[in-house]
Ligand binder design. Structure first.
Ligand code: MN
Length: 229
C-alpha cells in the first residue's frame, strides 16, 4: 500500500501531486473546509503547499502593506500543522508551507524581503517556474544535506517565488539552508522522523529530478509510519 499524503489545496497543485506520485505516495487533497484532526487521521504524511501570506496577527505583528492573506487556509493549516507535529507525522513544507510551519511552532516571518533587507538576489522569479533564481548553502550534517546531491560544503541552485521568509526560527527547528544574502531558505526539526520546510519550489523539478531525493526521503518516512500503524 502506498502511504497516503495529505496535500493542502492551492492554486497550482499539479506539480505537488506529480512529485508525490513519482516518489511513491498516494495524494489526498485537503480542503480548508476540512476538519484538521479528522484529516490527520486519514493520512501518513503531510505536504504543506505554496500560496498567500500567513496573517501576521498569528505571530503578533501588524501587517506590512504588501501582505496578502488567506484567512481560510490559515484557519485550517495552522492547527493541521500543530497536530501533525504533535503526532510526529512526516511533514514536508514548501514556500508558504515553511512559513505556516514556522508560525505554527511559535516563530515569526520576514514580512517583505525587498523592504526588510538589502540584497543583490531576486527571490521573485515567476517564470519559468523551474528557473534558477539563486543558490542556497546547505548546513552540513542536516537532514536536508542528505537529501541533495553534491559535495560538502553543499551549495544548491534553486527557483524562488517568495517575498517573505522565516524570521525568528521556531524553537523546535534548526536552520538547514540559507541563501547568500542571509535569507533563511530551509528549516528542519532534528529529533523526529521527518519534518522539513524549504522556501523554494522543489515540486517544479519533477521532470528533471533535481529534488527527487527530497520527496523520496519524505515519502519513505510516511511509508514507515504507515507500516507502524
Ligand atoms: Mn529565495
Amino acid at each position: 500500500m502506498r502511504p497516503v499524503i495529505g496535500v493542502t489545496r492551492c492554486s497550482r497543485i499539479d506539480d505537488y501531486v506529480e512529485s508525490v506520485v513519482r516518489a511513491g505516495g498516494e495524494p489526498l487533497l485537503l480542503e480548508p473546509t476540512d476538519d484538521p484532526s479528522a484529516s490527520l487521521d486519514r493520512i501518513d504524511g503531510l505536504l504543506l503547499t505554496g500560496g498567500a501570506d500567513v496573517d501576521p496577527a498569528e505571530y503578533g505583528e501588524p501587517p506590512h502593506p504588501s501582505v496578502e492573506i488567506d484567512a481560510a487556509r490559515d484557519a485550517f493549516e495552522i492547527p493541521l500543522t500543530r497536530g501533525a507535529m504533535a503526532r510526529e507525522m512526516p511533514l514536508l513544507a514548501i514556500c508558504r508551507g515553511v512559513q505556516v510551519l514556522n508560525v505554527a511552532a511559535g516563530g515569526t516571518l520576514v514580512q517583505d524581503i525587498p523592504t526588510a533587507i538589502t540584497s543583490d538576489l531576486n527571490h521573485s522569479v515567476e517564470v519559468p517556474k523551474d528557473a534558477v533564481a539563486h543558490s542556497v548553502d546547505i548546513v552540513p550534517g542536516s537532514r536536508l544535506a542528505g537529501c541533495v546531491s553534491g559535495t560538502t560544503p553543499q551549495s544548491c541552485a534553486v527557483n524562488s517565488r517568495h517575498h517573505q521568509s522565516v524570521g525568528v526560527v521556531g524553537a523546535p527547528f534548526v536552520v538547514s539552508a540559507v541563501s547568500p544574502d542571509g535569507v533563511i531558505e530551509a528549516i528542519e526539526q532534528p529529533d523526529v522522523p521527518f519534518c522539513l520546510g524549504v522556501q523554494w519550489h522543489p515540486e517544479n523539478f519533477w521532470r528533471t529530478g533535481e529534488f527527487a531525493p527530497l520527496f523520496a526521503s519524505f515519502i519513505d518516512a510516511a511509508r514507515r509510519r504507515r507500516h507502524q500503524r
